[in-house]
Write a protein that binds this ligand. Structure first.
Ligand SMILES: NC(=O)c1ccc[n+]([C@@H]2O[C@H](COP(=O)([O-])OP(=O)(O)OC[C@H]3O[C@@H](n4cnc5c(N)ncnc54)[C@H](O)[C@@H]3O)[C@@H](O)[C@H]2O)c1
Length: 382
């Protein structure tokens, strides 16, 4: 199953690490540590092989992928020897990247993305192309009546006013070109009723939002523990310090608000109440692609006895995110091949702010994912 993976934000840290990682994996240069779909419980015939993935994408900057890979190697995100070993294949991916369209009406820019996706699918003789948004986090858009109605949205896009944020224009283009869409970011993406209608009209699946790779991953394990032991969480406060391009973007208050919003759902929905405290994200340039999360949880036990736990998480953001991007591309491609349409709630395991209603506890999300993937494999074996 030759599968295109079209990365929006293709020259960013997560995208570059995903591409270098996939090329190194297929060359047998590194083990698939961190790739969930390579676990024995999920591996199987329904998923496209890593060697079947063909990469392309859009970005607003033109920094060569080899330069991005060198910078990531220098920062300790990926081994420099891997970037060197896959340099020829990286040059092929470079040739498949396109500048993000910036000219004309929103409808013109969407049409240009559709043309790029269609040309990519034809040139590489792909069975399907999954569009994965790994671009910089956007602020939440101003609400617009056309967000709720597909004909009104189509009409509005031909005007000069930008009624959709870029992530939603990419989702619109993906669906128009017949491609499933995955949002690894907290941006709006396909999360508008008019875009849900478009995905439905085209019979396409989509997944999101916001990859779960650090503090929220830990919350989705620890919060169910407090709930199952009937302990009362009184406060949960977290401070996240991060650098890199993502950190710089999140220094903007509106993008910061979008991210913090997507990190909060897990506590309220797992505990059934929202304890005191908040999550902060601060930009510290010096940290580069490495993120530190400090959390303090205070809780009450039997007879009201107060207790506390603290944890510190030092994660390499792109090394945690990149294998999940590959997992999501493979899983969404398999879901598309199986005829799935609409939101893929079964992929909640991967997201901070998942679509649908499968709960936020990691263990439950894992069980749902495992059953879903078993069903996909059974479908191709029949
Ligand atoms: N790394 C993680 O653990 C993690 C977890 C969850 C979500 N994310 C999200 O993944 C995204 C990427 O993170 P990153 O560290 O690679 O950031 P980054 O800043 O390194 O890369 C983002 C890329 O997007 C490009 N871009 C911006 N606007 C664009 C547009 N309109 N069209 C096309 N490209 C555009 C930028 O030029 C840049 O190359 C962020 O939104 C981040 O919040 C990352």
């Amino acid at each position: 199953m030759r599968t295109g993976v079209w990365l929006v934000g293709a020259r960013g840290s997560v995208a570059t690490t995903s591409v270098v990682g996939a090329l190194a994996l297929r060359a047998g240069l590194t083990p698939p540590t961190g790739c969930v779909t390579e676990l024995p419980e999920l591996r199987g015939p329904a998923l496209p092989g890593l060697a079947d993935l063909v990469f392309g994408g859009h970005d607003v900057v033109a920094t060569p992928l080899t330069k991005r890979a060198e910078a990531l190697a220098a920062a300790g995100v990926l081994p420099g020897r891997l970037a060197d070993a896959v340099a020829p294949e990286l040059a092929d991916v470079e040739a498949a990247l396109r500048p993000a369209p910036t000219e004309g009406t929103p409808a013109d820019r969407i049409a240009a993305v559709v043309d790029d996706l269609t040309a990519f699918r034809r040139r590489h003789d792909l069975d399907r192309v999954v569009v994965v948004n790994v671009a910089a986090t956007e602020p939440a858009p101003e609400p617009h009546p056309a967000h709720h109605d597909l004909p009104a949205l189509r009409a509005a896009l031909t005007g000069l006013a930008d009624v959709l944020p870029p992530s939603s224009r990419y989702a619109f283009a993906a669906f128009t070109a017949g491609c499933p869409y995955v949002d690894f970011t907290p941006s709006t993406g396909a999360r508008l009723p008019a875009l849900a209608a478009l995905a439905d009209e085209r019979g396409l699946p989509y997944a999101g939002h916001d990859g779960k790779t650090g503090e929220t991953l830990l919350k989705s394990v620890l919060a169910p523990m407090f709930a199952m032991r009937h302990l009362a969480v009184r406060s949960w406060s977290g401070t996240n310090l991060l650098g890199g391009g993502d950190g710089a973007t999140l220094a903007e208050p509106a993008a910061n608000a979008a991210k913090v919003g997507s990190k909060q759902r897990v506590l309220a929905e797992t505990l059934g109440y929202l304890p005191q405290g908040s999550t902060r994200i601060d930009y510290v340039e010096e940290l580069g692609d490495f993120k530190t999360a400090w959390d303090l949880v205070t809780f009450a036990g039997f007879l009201g006895t107060g207790m506390r736990m603290e944890f510190t998480w030092h994660g390499c953001d792109s090394a945690l995110a990149a294998p999940l991007v590959l997992d999501l591309a493979r899983l969404t491609a398999a879901a598309h091949a199986a005829g799935r349409r609409g939101p893929l709630a079964e992929l909640a395991f991967f997201f901070k702010d998942p679509l649908g209603d499968t709960g936020h506890a990691l263990g439950e999300q894992w069980a749902v994912l495992r059953d879903f993937v078993a069903g996909l494999h059974a479908g191709v074996a029949r």
